[in-house]
Design a protein around this ligand. Structure first.
Ligand code: DOR
Ligand code: ZN
Ligand code: ZN
Length: 410
């Protein structure tokens, strides 16, 4: 059965489109768009389910380059089933799953097993850089790529030994995989300088190896100033931040639900993250969705584990804090959450509603506010710093591969 999302405002910066109209999906692809100023593709034949989206935003399915689904090994926190459901509820149709699992995603078998378990949306495994994330022996990058890995990352930590990191980057480059890098110097753990120092070292190693290099969860002005300068000097690199880093400063870091690694930083850092989202120093908004059990977070800031969830709040929080607040236009937010992550993954059929692209789309209601209510989350996690916040951008519908994978109850 074909699907038509009718009468919404279709915003797709990848094709310079912002128009009210109808979009048609057929056989898992975008078939046609019809609107005031646009007529692309051929209307599909056969039966079509029509969904009214008047007054709503219709966007390419969102892409999250950085999630932790805790499966296998920590399924009391999350599993692939609940992780994929949370992603769909947030308007995400592609997510990339970090490898800090038990066992670590460091073999072709582990990658293939994860790859086969995505439900509804597409969940792509990221392989580790070293076996067991021990920082000693690099993985078989070509085998991981062949099994379906979308990148390599040591997320949770950095590879301390520069020669091993360089070897891992060379292997990734040869296999055609990007590195998604958690940059943290162990000796300067948690500090802005530690984030920036490891970013600087690894950026040099990335240049030396020729690998496609992406920086994870950048939070500090020091790192952003450095990344901006390196981009100006011609380094072909990309970087992400996460919503908590442009909404909260360290004055909120007194409750376990505001604890993550890297941590919340100064008000000056928050302003620098927003500036970097505006000027292109940052390319993507990821969530670093990191579920934990209540007891692991509700035990005081000092004892709480690092990590907050984000899949079911990322779009509304970002829309409200960046677009409604007047920092960036909507088209820029859509680029940060779909087109740019697709480019980082080298996936031209994702992150756009062009005719022929995957039928991945999300419909959001930005006409009235609602309060974030963790009890309604599909995720097993409740560890969000955004509970109770009034936001715009409720997900009304998510379509992945042409099928409805989430529909708002009301
Ligand atoms: O806050 C974090 N949580 N930062 C990381 O680097 C890892 C993540 C996790 O796996 O919980
Ligand atoms: Zn990390
Ligand atoms: Zn992470």
């Amino acid at each position: 059965m074909n699907l038509c999302i009718a009468g919404g405002r279709i915003v797709d910066p990848a094709q310079g489109l912002d128009a009210t109209g109808d979009i048609y999906f057929s056989e898992g692809r975008v078939a046609a768009i019809r609107g005031e100023s646009v007529a692309a593709g051929e209307l599909p034949e056969g039966e079509t389910e029509r969904i009214d989206a008047a007054g709503m935003l219709v966007l390419p399915g969102l892409i999250d380059l950085h999630v932790h689904f805790r499966d296998p090994g920590f399924t009391e926190k999350e599993d692939i089933h609940t992780g994929c459901a949370a992603a769909a509820a947030g308007g995400f149709t592609t997510v990339c799953m970090m490898p800090n699992l038990r066992p670590v995603t460091d073999t072709a078998e582990a990658v293939a097993a994860l790859r086969a378990r995505a439900e509804g949306i597409d969940a792509l495994p990221i392989g580790a850089v070293t076996l067991g994330q021990k920082g000693e022996t690099t993985v078989d990058a070509a085998a991981l790529k062949a099994a379906g890995a979308c990148a390599l990352s040591e997320d949770g930590r950095s590879v301390a030994d520069a020669s091993i990191m360089l070897a891992g980057m060379r292997a990734a480059a040869e296999a055609g995989l990007p590195i998604f890098d958690h940059t943290e110097d162990d000796a300067l753990r948690g500090t802005a300088a530690g984030e920036a120092c490891m970013a600087a070292r690894n950026l040099i190693l990335a240049r030396e190896s020729g690998v496609k290099y992406h920086l994870c969860h950048i939070s500090a002005k020091l790192s952003l100033d450095f990344i901006r300068a390196m981009k100006a000097a011609g380094y072909d690199i990309t970087a992400e931040t996460a919503p908590h880093y442009f909404v909260f400063d360290q004055s909120r870091a007194t409750d376990g639900n505001f604890k993550m690694n890297p941590p919340l930083r100064t008000a000056e850092d928050v302003a620098a993250v927003i500036e970097a989202l505006k000027d292109g120093t940052l390319d993507a908004i990821a969530t670093d969705h990191a579920p934990h059990c209540a007891a692991e977070k509700e035990c005081g800031y000092e004892r709480a584990l690092n990590g907050v969830i984000g899949l079911e709040t990322s779009f509304p929080v970002s829309y409200t804090a960046l677009v409604r607040a007047g920092h960036i236009p909507l088209s820029r937010l859509v680029s940060l959450m779909s087109a740019n992550p697709a480019a980082i993954l080298g996936a031209p059929k994702r992150g756009t509603l062009r005719v022929g692209a995957y039928a991945d789309a999300a419909v959001f209601d930005v006409s009235r506010p609602y309060r974030i209510a963790p009890a309604s989350f599909r995720s097993k996690g409740r560890n969000t710093p955004f509970a109770g916040m009034e936001v715009y951008g409720k997900t009304r519908l998510t379509v992945a591969g042409g099928r409805i994978v989430y529909r708002d109850q009301k």
